[in-house]
Design a protein around this ligand. Structure first.
Ligand code: NDP
Ligand code: GO6
Length: 346
């Protein structure tokens, strides 16, 4: 390949990406990963931010790093259509847990906007518009994609989930159904335990830092979960957006080094800190009983913990025909190991 052709392929091979929910916990990392991987990155700037100065400054910092801000609102359907029309790939990272705003179903408006815009515009159109459409191999290589807000347990496997936490999964399934009925190309990025919520605290509830003396172990503590640095989740998410192998599939994240039991996680921390913790075993029955008197939001989170820590919902199944595993597809991504991650708490 000549240098010029090589450069064209590199430039034209990149996507235009819109991130909706960009200032959120996982959203801001996805914006960064998209910029880092060289995509033209658009960010929805919602009218509702009003006087939220932290949000505005975060948006402006994205702009400084090269992102393009697009104004719009979920209360203005036309603005969503216009935003969607600018891009090839839409990534939504709206909130999905009870103790923050729970807005998964708002994505139905985004699905409508994508439908209305004539599906997310195909990149092949851009290639021809460039006047360099003679290489038809290139023109059909890239496919447009919608990545709804998932980034957790696979909702398709959570039909049995506990109320009220099950709302997260039920609503994600409603969004999936709408996407598939509209024939919008998709990738469902399921993710593992965000380290920020599950590792710093050694999987204790209602705290984000390591316990000092005693630790509650769920059951025998030997159920395997997958713990991931959120930046790595974002890196995998962006890797997948233009990959034909993940078109209309579910992406799972199971880097072998990040699959650990809670007991192992505690052991890693004990080794790092040089201090042994008193272990208190909580049976599944005790855990469920302790949920009873909690408020709605806490119950939701506890239900999720139960599925992960007692049932092993992230690891208790084989990835089937409709799925792909991220570290397998992208071996070049070196994920942060949890022994490294935990050092920040020393
Ligand atoms: P956040 O709670 O941080 O919220 C994300 C963004 O949603 C906000 O920044 C805002 O974006 C937008 N938003 C919130 N409320 C509204 C509203 N009423 N109207 C319009 N937009 C709204 O989300 P997370 O990053 O915590 O969650 C994203 C996904 O990740 C969810 O699907 C969740 O289930 C999953 N998750 C998985 C975890 C795991 O361990 N695997 C842990 C936590 C979440 P903006 O203002 O920028 O437009
Ligand atoms: C993470 C949390 C931490 C809840 C998922 C309550 C959906 C998923 C891995 O937002 O509700 O203390 O899969 O007291 O599919 C929250 C949720 C974790 C973080 C669970 C989640 C994970 C949502 C808590 C707490 C640390």
């Amino acid at each position: 390949m000549t240098l010029e052709k090589h450069q064209n392929k590199r430039i034209m091979g990149k996507s235009k990406v819109l991130v909706v929910g960009a200032t959120g916990y996982i959203g801001k990392r996805i914006v960064k990963a998209s910029l880092d991987q060289g995509h033209t990155t658009y960010v929805l700037q919602r009218h509702e931010i009003g006087l939220d100065i932290d949000k505005l400054q975060l948006l402006l910092s994205f702009k400084k790093q090269g992102a393009r801000l697009v104004e719009g609102s979920f209360s203005d359907q036309k603005s969503l259509v216009e935003a969607v029309k600018k891009v090839d790939v839409v990534i939504c990272t709206l909130s999905g847990v009870h103790f923050k705003s729970h807005s998964i179903l708002m994505q139905l408006k985004l699905v409508d906007a994508i439908k209305e815009a004539g599906n997310v515009k195909s990149l092949s159109y851009d290639l021809f518009a460039y006047g360099k459409g003679s290489d038809s191999r290139l023109a059909t290589k890239h496919v447009s994609r919608f990545l709804p807000s998932e980034f957790g347990m696979d909702p398709a496997r959570m039909g049995h989930a506990l109320a009220p936490g099950r709302e997260t999964f039920d609503q994600k399934m409603i969004v999936r159904k709408a996407i598939e009925e509209a024939k919008i190309p998709f990738t469902y990025v399921t993710a593992s335990c965000f380290a920020g919520y599950f590792v710093g605290n050694l999987s204790q509830l209602e705290t984000l830092t390591p316990p000092k003396d005693k630790i509650y172990l769920y059951g025998d503590g030997n159920v395997k979960a997958v713990y991931m640095d959120e930046d790595d989740i974002a890196t995998f998410t962006i890797k997948t957006i233009d990959d034909p192998r993940t078109l209309n599939k579910t992406l799972y994240m199971r880097p072998p080094e990040n699959i650990l039991s809670q007991r192992k996680l505690v052991e890693i921390w004990e080794k790092l800190s040089g201090k042994e913790l008193e272990k208190i075993i909580i049976s599944g029955e005790e855990f469920l009983a302790s949920m009873e008197d909690k408020d709605y939001a806490a119950k939701g989170g506890m239900g999720h913990f139960y599925h992960i820590s007692y049932e092993g919902s992230l690891t208790n199944f084989e990835i089937g025909e409709d799925g792909e595993e991220a570290s397998n597809l992208y071996p070049e991504v070196i994920c942060t190991r949890m022994d490294e991650y935990l050092k920040i708490f020393l």
